[in-house]
Design a protein around this ligand. Structure first.
Ligand SMILES: *Cc1c(COP(=O)(O)O)cnc(C)c1O
Length: 360
């Protein structure tokens, strides 16, 4: 199916676009959305673009009760050349399917998901903001739509894609955060849903986040659920630490999300000849390195921020200050490299970006 093949119903009431420097995250949605249905026996069908608007759901719709819901998040960037690029769209589409498998939901043809990204961004291309640091966020989502209160994997689903112009994550420059390694909250267990991007993981992360905030920290650093010892993730980002000249990040071993930014930054560091080790790392090792002065940098990775440096790490009443509370040189270098590729300012040796075809 070519992207031109999707039926498009254009809005009769285009919204006023906000000024680029007033954009926050996810508060403004564009004029159109992409929809597609799944029914058992029929598969995915009826892909279409419609005016953005509310969904109508029966109160007994299964997603509202049992939470079969997955999503992903990626961005489109307008380069200085005016062209619009998606960053690692294939990998995001594939991850949506991995999340689907974990949540007993039907997979989608990756090509079709890719085409939905291109088609909708193409229709709403004028919504891709122009100011440096801004982007258009894509939120593909799948929900179970059976109308029934019995507990079993649904037989019908809705895929929808919505778009939101977003401002720069770092309006006042990259700013290190204070994080708290929690000995109370956990986020995932092996055999659970930690490797899926699913609504439930987010719902259950809110109390830990509130707890950290009440103690004066920005985010929670989650430790493993069994021994409460090994680093897992930070908030909804993957975590990396630099001890001496080695970068260490927890392995993809069943509890953490396979972040696209994690993967991209590991690749870049290896391209640069740096030593990156994927292995379990304990909170005691990190605190000891912090106290000994060998913990040089620590940062989270994710689509929203690219990298988010950790300035202070707290654990059981101890705080360590990392790199004097400033953004480290490698963190900064990774940020500049990823952003350079995303906006088409530097070359893209791994072919991570794809141009969005814009009609006219
Ligand atoms: C989305 C997400 C990440 C970051 O993944 P990216 O693909 O880099 O955006 C990390 N951890 C969790 C739990 C997430 O949901």
């Amino acid at each position: 199916m070519s992207t031109g093949a999707f039926p498009i119903t254009r809005t009769q009431a285009p919204k006023a676009k906000p000024a680029d420097d007033s954009l926050a995250f996810g508060k403004v949605l564009t004029d159109h959305m992409f929809l597609m249905n799944y029914d058992e026996g029929r598969g995915w069908h009826s892909p279409r673009i419609e005016p953005y608007g509310p969904l109508s759901l029966d109160p007994a719709t299964s997603v509202l009760h049992y939470g079969q819901a997955i999503f992903d998040g990626l961005k489109a960037f307008r380069g200085e050349d005016g062209r619009i690029r998606l960053f690692r769209a294939d990998r995001h589409a594939e991850r949506l399917n991995r999340s689907a498998r974990i949540m007993s939901m039907p997979e989608m043809p990756v090509d079709l998901v890719r085409q939905s990204f291109d088609a909708l961004v193409g229709v709403d291309h004028d919504w891709v903001p122009r100011k440096a640091g801004t982007s258009l966020y894509l939120r593909p989502t799948v929900i179970a739509t059976d109308v029934m209160l019995g507990v079993h994997p649904a037989h019908s689903y809705l895929y929808f894609l919505i778009l939101s112009p977003v401002g720069s994550y770092y309006k006042e420059g990259v700013k290190p955060v204070r994080i708290l390694a929690s000995d109370r909250h956990v986020r995932a267990v092996k055999g659970g849903t930690g490797e899926a991007k699913t609504a439930a993981n987010y719902a259950q992360s809110l109390s830990g986040q509130q707890d950290a905030a009440a103690q004066g920290y920005t985010q929670v650093l989650y430790l493993d659920a069994v021994e409460r010892k090994w680093l897992d993730e930070v908030g909804t980002m993957n975590i990396m630490v630099r001890i001496g000249d080695e970068v260490i990040t927890p392995p993809l071993a069943g509890t953490i999300l396979d972040g696209v930014t994690r993967n991209s930054t590991i690749q870049l560091m290896r391209d640069w000849g740096l030593k990156v080790t994927e292995r379990p790392i304990s909170i005691e090792e990190v605190m000891a390195a912090g106290e000994a002065g060998t913990l040089k940098e620590m940062w989270g990775t994710g689509t929203a921020a690219v990298v988010s440096p950790v300035g202070t790490l707290g654990y059981k009443g101890r705080d360590v200050l990392i790199n004097g509370g400033e953004t480290g040189e490698l963190t900064r270098r990774l940020y500049d490299a990823v952003v350079g590729i995303q906006y088409g300012r530097t070359n893209d040796p791994h072919g991570w970006t794809s141009l969005v075809p814009v009609a006219g």
